[in-house]
Design a protein around this ligand. Structure first.
Ligand code: ADP
Length: 517
C-alpha cells in the first residue's frame, strides 16, 4: 500500500511586512535546510515523468549526477526487475502518490547505489496533472547491512542445518516453530510435518507438566538439560540429551532445544558397566582363590563330623539292643552338619556365580560374620588375632549381599597381606560396626600392618593402583564402586598406633545400587 507523504513545498512566505523577493529567498533557504537534514534529494518531474529539478543534499560525500530531462527508468537501473518497474509506472500513470519505491543504479566502480523515493502528484487549479514532487534517500548502507544480515542468517541456517545435533524452536506452549535438517533426518518427518506440530509428539518423555517445569527453570536464566527419548516416524526410539534455552524474539518468548543423540554414549556406558561387572566378578573369583584353603577347611570340618556321627548311628542301630534315641541324635547332628556344609557351598556358589542375586534387606553384621567364617583358617595360618565389635540392632541396608561380602572380604585379605609383609609385633585385625548420627551403618576394618603413606591414600582407589608384585590393583577400586552404588562412601586412613584403617558407611534402608555381578 502506498501512502501520501508530506513533501516540502516552496511555499511563499505570507509575511506582508517583508518584500516578496526577500520572503521567497527565506522560504527557499528553509526548504534547502529541510532537504539538507531530512532527505538526500528533492526532485520534481513533469507530466511525462521527466526530471525537471533535482536538489541534492550538500552533506552527500559523492553528489550524484543530475538526470534532468530523463525519466527515472531511462537512466540505467539494476533493480527492481522489469515487473517491479512495470508496477511502478502503473502507479505513476495513474497519478497516485507513492512511498519508499526502492531501486538501484550502477556506480562507476561497478557497485550499486540504492535509493528509496517517495512522491506526490501535482495538479493545477483545473485538476490537470502537472507531474510529481518528491524526495529520495540513499539507502545503500542500509541495504548492505540487510544483505549482510541475510547472508549471516543464511550462513547460520547452513550451519544449523549441517549440525549433527537436532535443533527445534518452540513457542511458549511447546508448539514447533522451526527445525533444522538434522531434525527431519533423524526423526523421519518433513519440515512441514514438524513445523506447527502438536507439541511433544516425537518426545516420549515430554508432556505439558514437564514442559512447564522446565520452562520455570529456564525463566530463572540459563540452560535446562534433560534426558528424553525421541520417537521416529517408523516407531523406533532413541535416547537424546536435550538442552533448552529461552530467548525473546520480536516480543515473543521462544525456546530453542538442541538435542543430541546419545545412543552411542549410552552404549559405551553400558559396555563400561558390563566391563565393571566382569572385573567385579573376576576380583571376587580371585579373592575366593586366595581363601580356598580356608574354605576347604571350613567344609572338611562338617564332613568329618558327619562321618563320625554316621559311624556312631550305625553302631547304635547295629547292636543287639539298638539304641534308637542315640541313633536319632547322631542322625540329627548329621542333618545339622549337612545343612552347615550346604550353607557354605551355597555361599561360595553365590560369590562365584555371575548372575546377581536380587536386591534385598541386608544385615551388615551377618555379612561380616559370613566372611569371617570363610577367612578364619586364613587368619589362623597367618597368626592374625581377630577382634570384632559388632553393634547390635543396626538398621538393615538395602543392597546386594554378595557385593557387600566382597567388599569385606577384599578389605580383610588386604589387611592380612599388609600385616604379612610386616614383621614387627603381633598381628591384629579389628572389625567393628556402629550406626552414625544419620543412622547409616559404619563398618571399620583396622590392622596394624605397615599402614599407608599420604601419597598412597590419594591413589588407593584408582583402578590398577598396586604396590604388590603380584597385585592387580582393582580390589579397592571395585570396593569403592560397590559402596558408592549403595549410596555410601569408603575412606582410608591411619590406624593408631600403627597400621591402616578402612571405613565405609551404608545408608539405612535406601540407596539404589546398580547391579555389579
Ligand atoms: P591389590 O591388592 O591388587 O594391590 P587393591 O586395590 O586391593 O589392589 O589395593 C591397592 C593397594 O593399596 C595395595 O597394593 C596396597 O599397596 C594398598 N593397601 C590396600 N590395603 C592396605 C592395607 N590394609 N595396608 C596397607 N596398604 C594397603
Amino acid at each position: 500500500m502506498q501512502h501520501p507523504v508530506q513533501v516540502p513545498s516552496a511555499a511563499v512566505d505570507l509575511n506582508e511586512r517583508k518584500r516578496p523577493e526577500e520572503a521567497l529567498r527565506e522560504s527557499e533557504e528553509r526548504f534547502r535546510t529541510l532537504v539538507q537534514f531530512s532527505f538526500d534529494v528533492y526532485w520534481e518531474t513533469d507530466a511525462q515523468h521527466r526530471f525537471i529539478r533535482q536538489e541534492f543534499a550538500e552533506t552527500l560525500s559523492e553528489p550524484p549526477v543530475a538526470e534532468i530531462g530523463r525519466t527515472r527508468w531511462e537512466v540505467p537501473y539494476l533493480e527492481p526487475d522489469a515487473e517491479g518497474w512495470r508496477k511502478h509506472r502503473e502507479t505513476l500513470d495513474a497519478h497516485l502518490p507513492f512511498r519508499d519505491f526502492e531501486h538501484a543504479r550502477p556506480t562507476p566502480d561497478g557497485g550499486k547505489r540504492y535509493t528509496s523515493v517517495s512522491g506526490l502528484p501535482v495538479f493545477d487549479e483545473t485538476g490537470r496533472f502537472m507531474g510529481y514532487r518528491g524526495v529520495g534517500r540513499y539507502i545503500t548502507e542500509r541495504k548492505r547491512a540487510e544483505q549482510a544480515l541475510r547472508e549471516s542468517e543464511a550462513r547460520y541456517r547452513t550451519f544449523v542445518d549441517h549440525a549433527t545435533d537436532t535443533f527445534t524452536l518452540h513457542n511458549e506452549d511447546g508448539r514447533v516453530l522451526d527445525v533444522n535438517r538434522n531434525a527431519c533426518e533423524s526423526l523421519g518427518y518433513s519440515r512441514d510435518e514438524l513445523i506447527g506440530a502438536v507439541p511433544f509428539f516425537f518426545n516420549l518423555d515430554m508432556d505439558e507438566a514437564t514442559w512447564r517445569v522446565n520452562r520455570e527453570r529456564l525463566k530463572a536464566g540459563g540452560i535446562a538439560t534433560l534426558e528424553s527419548r525421541y520417537r521416529r516416524r517408523n516407531g523406533t526410539v532413541f535416547p537424546v540429551e536435550v538442552r533448552m534455552r529461552e530467548f525473546c524474539e520480536g516480543g515473543q518468548r521462544q525456546i530453542i532445544c538442541l538435542s543430541r543423540d546419545i545412543t552411542e554414549r549410552k552404549r559405551a556406558a553400558e559396555t563400561f558397566r558390563e566391563m565393571q561387572a566382569e572385573l567385579t566378578h573376576a576380583n571376587r573369583a580371585a579373592a575366593m582363590g586366595q581363601v580356598t584353603a580356608s574354605v576347604t577347611h571350613e567344609l572338611s570340618q562338617p564332613i568329618t563330623a558327619m562321618l563320625c556321627n554316621a559311624e556312631a548311628a550305625l553302631n547304635w542301630l547295629g547292636s543287639q539292643a539298638p539304641n534308637l534315641e542315640k541313633a536319632r541324635r547322631a542322625l540329627a547332628s548329621i542333618v545339622a552338619d549337612a545343612k552347615r556344609g550346604g550353607e557354605i557351598i551355597g555361599w561360595i556358589r553365590s560369590l562365584i556365580k555371575k548372575t546377581p542375586a536380587p536386591k534385598e534387606s541386608v544385615v551388615v553384621n551377618g555379612v561380616i560374620l559370613d566372611v569371617i567364617t570363610i577367612v578364619r583358617s586364613e587368619l589362623i595360618k597367618h597368626g592374625v588375632l581377630l577382634e570384632t565389635d559388632l553393634a547390635p540392632g543396626l538398621p538393615l541396608v538395602e543392597g546386594y549381599r554378595v557385593q557387600l561380602q566382597q567388599v569385606v572380604l577384599n578389605l580383610i585379605l588386604n589387611a592380612i597381606e599388609a600385616m604379612n609383609s610386616h614383621e614387627e609385633g603381633g598381628r591384629e585385625l579389628r572389625i567393628s560396626t556402629a550406626a552414625d548420627a544419620s543412622n547409616a551403618v559404619v563398618v571399620t576394618v583396622r590392622d596394624n600392618g605397615p599402614g599407608l603413606d599420604a601419597a598412597m591414600v590419594d591413589r588407593l582407589f584408582e583402578p590398577f593402583y598396586t604396590t604388590k608384585p603380584e597385585g592387580i590393583g582393582m580390589g579397592l577400586s571395585i570396593c569403592h564402586s560397590i559402596i558408592e552404588a549403595h549410596g555410601g562412601g569408603l575412606w582410608a586412613g591411619a590406624n593408631e598406633p600403627r597400621g591402616a584403617v578402612f571405613q565405609f558407611n551404608l545408608p539405612a534402608g535406601q540407596g539404589d545400587p546398580r547391579r555389579m555381578s
